[in-house]
Design a protein around this ligand. Sequence first.
Ligand SMILES: [Zn+2]
Length: 92
Amino acid sequence: MFGFSLTKILFTVAVIIIVWQGYKWLGRMQTRRDAIAREGARGKGRGGRATAPAAASSSAEFEEMVECPVCGDFVPARGAVSCGRGECPYRG
Ligand SMILES: [Zn+2]
């Protein structure tokens, strides 16, 4: 009775330890995954924030500013104002 009980207790303890270690391992794996995911998200976020607005602003400036073929002045494409010369394609 005592021997059976001890074996049962030892078996139960062994199962608890195995399950505990398994959960510990799973927790470590999940923590690693979360850390990697966070790092990846942060990296992408930083990269996107760093590059996207700069590219957008530069492209927007490039698109908005047009060089006048006559006078050579850079004028905004939208609402371009004539420089005053007769050959200037832009009209105020
Ligand atoms: Zn002009």
